[in-house]
Design a protein around this ligand. Sequence first.
Ligand code: PEP
Ligand code: MG
Length: 890
Amino acid sequence: MSQQTVYTFGGAAPHDDPRQRDKTITGGKGANLAEMASIGLPVPPGFTITTEESVRYLRQGADFSDALRAEVSNALKHIEASVGKSFGDAADPMLVSVRSGARVSMPGMMDTVLNLGLNDATVEGLAKTSGDERFAWDSYRRFIQMYSDVVLGLDHGLFEEALEIVKEDNGFYADTELSSDDWRALVAEFKGIVEQEQGKPFPQDVTEQLWGAIAAVFDSWDSDRAKVYRRLNDIPADWGTAVNVQAMVFGNMGDTSATGVAFTRDPATGTRAYYGEYLINAQGEDVVAGIRTPQYLTKAARETANAKPLSMEEAMPDAYGELARVFDLLEGHYKDMQDIEFTVERGKLWMLQTRSGKRTAKAALKMAVEMVEEGLIDEEEAVRRVDPMALDQLLHPTLDPDAPRNVLTTGLPASPGAAAGKIVLDADTAEQWSQLGDKVILVRVETSPEDIHGMHAAQGILTARGGMTSHAAVVARGMGRPCVSGASGVSINRETRTLRIGDKELKEGDEITLDGAKGQVMLGIVPTVEPELAGDFGTLMIWADKLRRMRVRTNAETPDDCKMARQFGAEGIGLCRTEHMFFEAGRISAVRQMILAEDEAGRRAALEVLLPEQRADFTAIFEVMAGLPCTIRLLDPPLHEFLPHSDEEFSDLADATGLGVDHLKRRAGELHEFNPMLGHRGCRLGITFPEIYEMQARAIFEAVCAVQKESGEAPLPEIMIPLVATRRELELLRALVDRVAQEVFAEQGARVEYLVGTMIELPRAALMAGEIAHEGEFFSFGTNDLTQTTLGVSRDDSARFLAPYVDKGIFPRDPFVSLDIDGVGQLVEMAAERGRATRPDIKLGICGEHGGDPASISFCEKVGLDYVSASPYRVPIARLAAAQAALAAR
Ligand code: PEP
Ligand code: MG
């Protein structure tokens, strides 16, 4: 037997089928309506068509099945029996509302159709039974207007214009001034508009009206705005949406009727107080549409706001009392803050919707902690309750939500937070201007390692190209700099030092603001508010730490970042990318001399200069991280990334080295690679130029010995070899590291613990993990490169085509943001298993960007990794996500 596709609720409907309470089947709205009805709350009777049916409908090319038609017809009879009226009955018509309701609430979806079932005959019946002709004709015109907009796809402006003309002709100001005859005349005009626009009359057959609305809800799942919303909110295309058809109740039947929306607690601050708005004598959409200013729910709120119109508590004390009772019942039942829609029809309260309310991160923390204190939920539930990603809002300065925004263009939300300042077009200018006290935004086509100093000097970074794991994005997140990447609406003219953002022509020095969490680029300076790490935040983190199994480390390469990360709770460094240290001012020239040297002797001479600098870097980091594990990765990027580009840089280098510009350019040309990401990088550098890794290993060991001597407590260095594909590579380089360690220990008369391990970031390394584990004590999954090499998708070029890939459901999410668990995940799992088979105590972690992504962290828990590593600002997110993953794994 096929599954039931329509479920009734309210009236005498049974609610014992678990499928009906399952949001994945009946959608959020449908499941909660059934649940409210089952606990005895006043819910107008209705029915829900399942999400599965919408998926089927869309797959089958917009065709209703006979089974669906039969079930809907039965369900309509349920509503008719419950309210004692008939659908389409000219004497006493039953009217319904039709609403969409996906698994999660989606503001990008279809709007509501109200008053469905009205036509030229039933409107007369409604006028008689309600005793209010004006109400009946107003309801009919509202229906035509909504139906034409939502179902027939006509321009709603046409109807609004017609209404405006009537108001103007009569000198009316508000809709309430129109008489029943005015509305009747307007209905005739509206019908004329429909006929003219679509070439056929407005449907008079109520059954046709109903199926039209059902089809519109189904189709709305694939509307452009729903698709955009899905992409932004990681909602899979195959969820589909349910349809809810429900008997109408009227908030616009005079002054004893009203409609409103409410939250059981304040969704912005989390304060425990009823919060909401209502309107007397109004229909639902009036509250949201902002045509009339809604009134406060409670007397206290009205008094605080110093508002005149009476609150619901004062104006309708009985209905309000009933509503307050329902609020408490609902919170007690769902054990969470509820977002509610209600209607009062002639003094009687009806519940139209309840759902767990959206809230700011601050409110989420406050409510979770307070609900534990109230005994409503326990600590585990509180930890489950808070969305880890929402914490991001609290970890960066954010734009004042009340400030106006002039958005010029939108790119990828690469690194959250708000930044404002003057546009600068290159890294040196960024550094110079910021040294002079200016706040700057670095705007580049894309960034490369040589821009690091400029990125550091800038408040934020904007790039025209590049994806979520492009250089700009990764580095900005690591530094905690807001970043918008891949903003294709930006074009830069380097000659004139001007740029165009969206339609606006700008020049270097003009001011812009970035919203890294939304990917928005705005004109001028938008004011910000400082991050708040309030007490509730700390409390929840302590609860999370008690529950998680995995450790949380950070990706960091400066002492400041390390300090910040430790404040956020990092328990070690999971990835220190040493190449960033090569770009420090004053060093780059020695680095370039090293690269351009003709032979080993030349390289060693330049490395001698770098050694003390690197040692100082590591010493400063190790002092901050004493007692904790620190994974230091030896040099990874291809050497030519460090080379000069502009003529000026070449001539500076010529001066510094005494070599001719032509010679330098020739050497630089020799180092050019067609696919540098697959070229001479990672451990291949260590194999071909061992003296580079020797210098780095020496700097690390000398620094650990120094910190050990000075403070008595050293960190545990974990020396990591990047981009290994074969056992032999690691064998050779581990021997090199061990040899340098012995040399340093002998020189220093000291000895420290250390580990040598590798990144698993190539498919071959994952396949050969059992072999490779013989040579390394730990694996760290470099899932940025592993994603790039497994998918054959360049991490720096993917922005151009990944968004449509996600829209079309080819990838559920950007695989550089959230691990491709089905594909890349298999390699991770296999490598973990094979590594453990060889070396049961092998340490396993992840240091790709996915280490800060909750869904990926949940996967890491399943695979049994020992730790995840995230950029400093993501550490609290990772702590919470790791706790949630541990809870889910129980
Ligand atoms: C990785 O590839 O996942 C990684 C962490 O290294 P990088 O991003 O520096 O290539
Ligand atoms: Mg890598």
